[in-house]
Design a binder for this molecule. Structure first.
Ligand code: GDP
Length: 198
């Protein structure tokens, strides 16, 4: 697929306002600051498709992008998670929307879960993996900002995460990624291809 031709479609605050549930889509999730916006921009070779801004208000929206003109083939940017300043009530509301999206969205083919290579498998990540497991939803993990570690240390982190998720190796794959150094783009794109253009 030509990810360079990806363009913004619409933002939805709830499941009910998402675009029609037809075709194929892949969702990107991660704790705030995990590098999700940077990864989406790198994968689509666009400077500012996904916002890298940290405004909590904006992040509550589910953003939909079409790959080229085909609105049946979509990338979905799920709200970042983990702003300390967001009230508990808002967090719970947000979790409810996210769970509903993951549980009910028929066109969702897989989840890309982004984790900072230096702090993988946070409580949020475990929650997402738990939900994905309940749905038998495949997950591809990007260990982001791999350039922040020496190659040996990054490789170690990769092996450690793989080992901890060995139980789910049929559903979960893991790779190193750096938006800054353009590392792991081809590997990530072929995973997206497999889900979006089977
Ligand atoms: P998001 O909140 O998950 O969308 O994260 P962002 O994409 O906005 O990135 C959060 C911070 O990490 C920003 O300061 C980015 O510049 C930085 N960052 C993102 N990707 C990389 C990367 O591959 N390498 C390095 N060194 N920094 C990165």
């Amino acid at each position: 697929l030509n990810y360079h031709a990806t363009r913004f479609m619409t933002s939805a605050p709830t499941l009910a306002t998402c675009p029609p549930d037809a075709g194929h889509e892949v969702a990107f999730a991660g704790r705030s600051n995990a590098g999700k916006s940077s990864a989406i921009n790198a994968l689509t070779q666009q400077k500012a498709l996904a916002r890298t801004s940290k405004t909590p208000g904006r992040t509550q929206l589910i953003n939909f992008f079409s790959v080229g003109d085909d609105t049946q083939c979509r990338l979905v940017d799920l709200p970042g998670y983990g702003f300390a300043k967001v009230p508990e009530k808002v967090k719970l509301e947000w979790q409810r929307h996210l769970a509903a999206y993951l549980q009910r969205r028929e066109s969702l083919q897989g989840l890309v879960l982004l984790m900072d290579v230096r702090h993988p498998l946070t409580e949020f990540d475990e929650m997402m993996l738990g939900w994905a497991d309940e749905q038998d939803m495949p997950v591809h993990i990007l260990l982001t900002k791999a350039d922040k570690l020496k190659p040996g240390a990054a490789k170690n982190s990769l092996l450690q995460v793989r080992r901890r998720l060995r139980e789910w190796e049929d559903l979960v794959s893991v790779q190193l990624f750096s938006a800054l150094k353009k590392q792991g783009l081809d590997e990530a794109r072929s995973r997206l291809d497999a889900w979006l253009a089977p």
